[in-house]
Design a protein around this ligand. Structure first.
Ligand code: HEM
Length: 264
């Protein structure tokens, strides 16, 4: 997965700085924020991909009730991110990465929640204990240190444009959702035609931000914190899953036949 994007050195030098060209033939420098983030969150990404909830999900082992709760958790997270980004949209470190029409997920999530919970979805969902620290942190950062919103934005949106597309396919099969995309609006970026192209644009915008080395380091640290908060959400969902009895049909990739994967 992420390993395919490991930059390789092309041996060129740039005033002492190594120039690397990635698989997309983008010219990158190790001091570019996009590179620092990709490199500096590699381990956190591996941990996230390998936590039990995510592994189960990827195997198509996801209960409808958990998927609903996960969607609700994301709704609160994106409400916070997008509220703080809106407030700071003219901030010089936020304006270049402000792409509401392309990225913002709050409305897509609201539609998904209406599909799963019905018209009165809002009264049926609440901010869970495992999601609250994440939401609180986003507001804190938005108020006191808005440059760190770059980290929160990167961690979620770039992930959604990458692995998120795998999750969409798994959820479609596992939950037998309609092919019209109802319930999966979150994964569908209507304003983005090329995920790869948009990710390149987003990376270049991050790299054009005027930031000193110390601030870049703090953004990488904050992204690692964001990965940690996402893991807390997954861990909570996994715990709730243990208390829910619901049959899950096989829908992961690599199986041609249906099998009951749990509850038996
Ligand atoms: C990138 C898969 C979970 C955040 C990627 C990429 C893939 C991927 C294939 C593309 C790498 C590239 O562009 O070459 C997955 C899978 C996951 C998962 C299968 C498990 C379900 C997560 C989680 C987060 C996350 C939980 C954080 C909330 C990111 C970010 C990137 C990324 C920020 C962009 C990396 C960069 O290019 O800088 N992921 N991912 N991913 N993922 Fe994930």
């Amino acid at each position: 997965t992420k390993l395919t994007s490991q930059p390789r050195s092309n041996g060129m030098t740039n005033g002492g700085a190594r120039i690397v060209v990635d698989d997309d033939d983008e010219v990158l420098s190790p001091t570019d924020l996009s590179e620092m983030l990709a490199e500096g969150t590699k381990e956190a990404h591996d941990r996230a991909e390998n936590c039990q909830f995510v592994k189960d999900f990827l195997r198509g082992c996801i209960k409808r009730e958990l998927f609903k709760r996960g969607t609700a958790a994301l709704y609160f997270v994106y409400m916070a991110i997008e509220e703080e980004i809106e407030k700071n949209k003219d901030h010089p470190h936020i304006a270049p990465i402000y792409f509401p029409a392309e990225l913002h997920r709050r409305e897509a999530l609201a539609r998904d929640l209406e599909y799963f919970y019905g018209e009165d979805w809002e009264s049926q969902i609440s901010l869970s204990a495992g999601t609250k620290p994440y939401v609180d942190r986003i507001h804190e950062v938005g108020q006191n240190d808005p440059v760190l919103l770059v980290a929160h934005s990167y961690t979620r949106y770039m992930g959604d444009l990458s692995g998120g597309q795998i999750l969409k396919k798994v959820a479609l099969r596992a939950l037998k959702l309609p092919s019209t995309g109802e319930g999966l609006n979150f994964y569908q970026f209507e304003g983005i035609h090329s995920h790869k192209g948009f990710k390149q644009l987003y990376r270049s915008r991050m790299n054009e931000l005027e930031l000193d080395a110390e601030t870049k380091g703090r953004i990488v640290d904050e992204s690692n914190r964001a990965f940690g908060f996402n893991m807390m959400v997954f861990t909570e969902l996994e715990e709730i899953g243990k208390t829910i009895k619901e049959e899950v049909q096989d829908a992961g990739f690599g199986h041609g036949h249906a099998e009951i994967m749990e509850g038996g």
